[in-house]
Design a protein. Sequence first.
Length: 201
Amino acid sequence: MPQVPIVVLVSGSGTLLQALLDACADPAYGVRVAAVGADRDGIEGLARAERAGVPTFVVRLRDFPDRAAWDAALAKAMTAHAPRLVVTAGFMKILGPRSLAVAPTVNTHPALLPSFPGAHGVRDALAHGVSVTGATMHLVDDGLDSGPILDQRAVRIQPDDDEASLHERIKVVERAMLVEQVGAIAREGFRVEGRRVRIGS
């Protein structure tokens, strides 16, 4: 089976990346992590990629005069690896138009969108008092966690949950969802019909 090249963008520990790297060890999965990019140096996500023998690159916002220049540089770095899909896996920067034009881009978010978008989805769900939250995988557009939804998985909030314990349980379903959907997209393709994403060409 041909391996579909993807680029994964990270900003932190890279646990979502590790789930993808582990899945890619099986040739039947149909995906190859062609490169891992980051917006900062010295993070565990980059170390995970290096241990797996995957090329890495770093494009730091502070090294550019403005966000447009950073976006152009990030797009160039990704394009060098010819990805057919880009995965933002805990990447804490909003992508600009040049980066989004490189390849279809997917993201996971630790809440059931459109509820609780942004950087504090777990904290916001707890503060709101909901009894169920979860994880969402969506296509990335030019908004904040606003793209068409690929998949969602629910997680019930326990009475003794704090932000850390709830986030850990969400991460378990988030990793499984990401691995399943990235593999399906690579093997079968997808199409967008309005706000709905259909796996399969």
